[in-house]
Design a protein around this ligand. Structure first.
Ligand code: CDV
Length: 313
């Protein structure tokens, strides 16, 4: 029997700092209902989908900062979303700010939770590539993710969702080839991504016209080179004075964008993903068992050190 998965991308428009968790969750439930009406079995929401993207601010008040994190998932505010998943029989991946006690101390991660069609938690992923800095830097757009989050410590896990192998990645992760390759080597057939990407970065004016190209390029390459499906949800529009790119999309293992959002607001796109395509595309060019040379790569990487040296001459 053909293996297919109806996947929805639930893009959100801006989320204001003043918006309550209850209001945001109500918006997410409305998106999940639209996804269900479109036949979706699984939906993905953006990175940090419950709050505004606060790492754009240089915050110092611990209480103010603490308010952005969830200590339970589901918790009292988010339980209605899990109940909606159960009612609608649509699983979801949700990006949020996680606060957890581990190793005897509070730790904070930029996290995505995966829930099944029964509303139960299947697993979670913690963002591995945490960009930005801990303090504002001269001439650089303020992006203080490294003050507010530790890099993830769960690796690149892959979970079974209704028999389909699902991996997750969060925003800056999508620019790194290692993300897709690790997930692919762990057996992922589909990667769910959430992101918050500013339209303008002060430090790179010469690349400003390429923001959307550089959004889709690594995801299309990642899908193609690792023969996986990708479903990627943006937070979009002008949020607290900062423009975030949209461009939410679903990408086939061929590298083609098969569905694309056409707004900067709350929007749902759905696609029926044919999971036989992964294998077909692998046969066409990426037979790992036959052509990859992992032992060689490891030796070369060891010899090269952390950063590729400039070519001499
Ligand atoms: N939230 C992110 O990880 N944003 C980064 C910014 C720093 C550019 C991104 O890669 O989109």
């Amino acid at each position: 029997m053909a293996r297919r998965l109806n996947v929805a991308v639930c893009q959100t428009g801006p989320i204001a700092r003043a918006e309550s968790r209850a209001d945001v969750v109500a918006r997410l439930i409305a998106l999940l209902e639209t996804a269900a009406a479109g036949g979706a079995e699984l939906a993905v929401f953006p990175e940090m989908a419950l709050t505004t993207f606060f790492p754009r601010w240089d915050l110092t008040d611990p209480d103010e900062i603490r308010a952005f994190y969830e200590r339970e998932m589901p918790g009292p505010d988010t339980a209605p979303l899990f109940a909606a998943a159960r009612r609608l029989k649509v699983g979801f991946a949700l990006g949020y700010c996680e606060s957890v006690v581990e190793d005897g101390r509070e730790r904070r991660f930029n996290t995505m939770v995966l829930a099944g069609r029964d509303g139960a938690v299947i697993g979670r992923y913690r963002k591995m590539h945490v960009p930005g800095s801990e303090a504002p830097e001269e001439g650089v757009t303020v992006h203080l993710e490294r003050r507010y989050f530790e890099p993830g410590n769960l690796g690149f896990p892959v979970f079974s969702f209704e028999g389909v192998r699902i991996g997750m990645a969060i925003c800056n992760d999508r620019r790194w080839p290692e993300t897709y390759r690790m997930l692919c080597l762990n057996g992922a057939e589909m990667v769910l991504i959430g992101y918050n990407t500013p339209l303008l970065l002060t430090e790179t004016p010469r690349l400003a016209h390429l923001r959307m190209f550089h959004n889709h390029l690594p995801m299309q390459a990642g899908a193609y080179q690792n023969t996986v499906w990708i479903a990627a949800a943006a937070k979009a529009g002008v949020e607290e004075g900062q423009a975030l790119i949209g461009g939410s999309c679903i990408i086939a293992p061929s590298g083609e964008i098969v569905a694309l959002a056409n707004s900067l607001g709350d929007e749902v796109i759905v696609h029926r993903a044919d999971l036989a395509m992964n294998e077909d595309c692998a046969k066409a060019g990426f037979d790992f068992a036959r052509y990859r040379r992992p032992d060689e790569y490891a030796l070369i990487a060891q010899a090269a050190g952390p950063r590729r040296p400039a070519t001499a001459g």
